[in-house]
Design a protein around this ligand. Structure first.
Ligand code: SF4
Length: 243
């Protein structure tokens, strides 16, 4: 995709949603790290259900560490891979207390050293909590970048590097959320909604899907109800009076 088209693409996404935000529930950098760590291979909706309750009782590294793996497990059992995630969240809480004074560090390298925090999670935290112009390539961004031709790549890192080169600097801050939301709601994995997509003319995907509009059911003419013929009462024949 050309640089000019990439700019137009982001202008259109920005027009639709000028200030996109994460759909994950969080209160501060720590709860964001926990929410993102829990969201691997799970839906934001599923994670939010669990964290809305969890963060009322454990929303700091100190409280989380004191909570322990077993109690935490009770709150996140509905989320896939919860056992491993519980172990990581407790370990990262302890590491934040021991090495960072209970605060979430503002640099990617330190973030990536936290248990259960990979490059993607670190990028989300850098972007959402600290306003850094990072792009975390998840499944949606990977798909949209490849389909549109914006930043094709065989793996997330290749796509991330491609995006860093092509996304105009003034759109980098929100590019992450624009692409995620576009992938989640329009350029869906199984069936992209190309008919409703504002990027159709810019997108290089060869197998665009335009859903046929279902013909509206023809209005049926209400058959007028047959009028009931009311039979006139037969006059009684006058009896002939015979003399
Ligand atoms: S035109 Fe279709 S394939 Fe291209 S970005 Fe839009 S929804 Fe995705």
């Amino acid at each position: 995709m050309t640089r000019a088209n990439a700019r137009t693409l982001f202008e259109r996404l920005a027009e639709k949603d000028p200030a996109p935000e994460t759909e994950l529930y969080y209160k501060d950098p720590f709860t964001l790290v926990v929410a993102v760590a829990l969201s691997a291979q799970a839906t934001d909706e599923g994670v939010n259900k669990a964290t809305k309750k969890l963060f009322t009782v454990a929303d700091t590294p100190k409280k989380m560490a004191a909570f322990g793996e077993k109690k935490l497990g009770d709150y996140i059992k509905t989320i896939g891979l919860w056992r491993n995630k519980a172990k990581n969240v407790i370990a990262l809480s302890n590491m934040l207390l021991d090495e960072h004074g209970g605060k979430v560090p503002e640099d990617r390298e330190a973030l990536e050293k936290l248990p259960g925090v990979g490059r993607k999670t670190a990028n989300v935290v850098m972007n959402v909590a600290f306003g850094a112009p990072t792009i975390a390539v998840d499944t949606h961004i990977f798909r949209v970048s490849n389909r549109t031709g914006l930043a094709p790549g065989k793996n997330p890192l290749e796509v991330e590097k491609g995006l860093e080169k092509i996304v105009p600097a003034d759109f980098l801050q929100h590019a992450h959320h624009w692409l995620i939301l576009h992938g989640r709601y329009t350029c869906k994995a199984r069936s992209p909604d190309c008919g409703a997509c504002p990027l159709t003319d810019l997108c290089l995907y060869k197998d665009k899907v335009f859903k046929e509009e279902k013909p509206k059911p023809a209005k049926r003419k209400m058959a007028s109800a047959p009028k009931l013929k009311t039979a006139k009462p037969k006059r009684k024949a006058k009896k002939k009076v015979t003399a």
